[in-house]
Design a binder for this molecule. Sequence first.
Ligand code: ATP
Ligand code: AH0
Length: 402
Amino acid sequence: MNKNITALYNIAQKQTRKIIGLMSGTSLDGLDIALCAISGAGENTAVKILEFETINYSEDIKTEIRKVFAQKTIDFQHLALLNEWIGILHASMINESLAKWNIQASEVELIASHGQTVLHAPKFLHQQEKFPNATLQIGDGDHIAVKTGIITLSDFRQKHVAAGGEGAPLAVYGDYLLFSKKGENRIMLNMGGIANFTYLPASLNAEEVFVTDTGTANTLIDIFTKQFFPEKSYDKDAEIAQRGIVNQILLSELKNDAFFTKSFPKTIGQELFNKSFVDLALSKTKLENISAPDLLATLTRLSAETIAEAIQFVVKNSGTPIEEFKVYMSGGGTNNPLLVKWLKELLPFEFQKSDDLGILSDAKEAVLFAVLANETVAGGHYNFGTNKGIPSVTMGKISFPD
Ligand SMILES: Nc1ncnc2c1ncn2[C@@H]1O[C@H](COP(=O)(O)OP(=O)(O)OP(=O)(O)O)[C@@H](O)[C@H]1O
Ligand SMILES: CC(=O)N[C@H]1[C@@H]2OC[C@@H](O2)[C@@H](O)[C@@H]1O[C@H](C)C(=O)O
């Protein structure tokens, strides 16, 4: 037998596995690296974050990714080169973190690598009948396995598409296993580039679990902060937006997009929520000369209202009184005081952070991918029934180091 199969077999039987979860999100800010100790599997999964850090992408890395990111027409060779290069970069970032934490590669059982999303094109976006939902993450897992010496699971989204999903959101699997609580209706809200949330019913019934993207969270705010202030990559603490006034005409034009009226669940990325999306609305409303504070206030309000409306829809459908829900926030948007203030005004819930459930908000997505890898190797008994958008499959391709 191949010694790697034996190793995997032994890893699957261990009580506790050390798994590194990696997430590099659509904000292109860097690579989140979470070293987790995961015990059990399925509903008995327990996670302890042993170490966590974000390694920021250099301007060079961001520039190279932006050449292909969410674009319809690209230099094909550049995509192929990036696929290898990002795999190598992520591997060296992991090695750097392990050295910093004084941990040997041999002490880590698995790596779970999300990769860098370069295109997300569900069918409703590409609208080509004969083609399925499509999504593409790069940074090949073989490079990570070979360069770290650790068995690596990667490319999680393809199985989801193969089984009928849109390839996202995948957070629901880990959210369900880690955060479901009998007697409490929970909304796990992540606000990264794009916002998504998982609804975890108090009944624990997997068929009632729900997950969807809601649209832009920080993506548009980041793009226009950079446009007005090239030295800034985001509107830190909403300093600029707080000085502005929401332009209602522009807001309703932005909310007029078909994405917001499309039925739930749905997923999206910068293929829709990009500079042209806002430029078109500015030109339609003849507001091209809007001030930076007013535009950023309006974009922040767009995020708040569309997140709130999506959550209200799910709450209404659940038939449970609105006051019986709790929201647990994660992702960079949690640090945007204006976005959070407006969400609290729009949704009469108790708001907390995923930190209050023992998982550091910034680390949550990386941890959730470690949990997906744990399921693929040691679990695999999901049963979301006929639940829309949540196929009951395990995900990830396995790369051996040699
Ligand atoms: N102090 C802050 N004030 C305002 N915004 C902030 C602050 N800190 C972080 N952010 C926002 O959070 C973003 C990063 O969020 P995060 O790392 O969760 O995104 P991501 O994981 O790349 O995205 P996704 O989950 O959509 O893939 C930044 O680009 C910024 O817009
Ligand atoms: C295709 C892709 O990378 N989508 C991301 C993105 O960022 C947030 C939202 O859009 C979500 O659908 C997804 O990530 C999280 C981790 C998910 O799959 O749950």
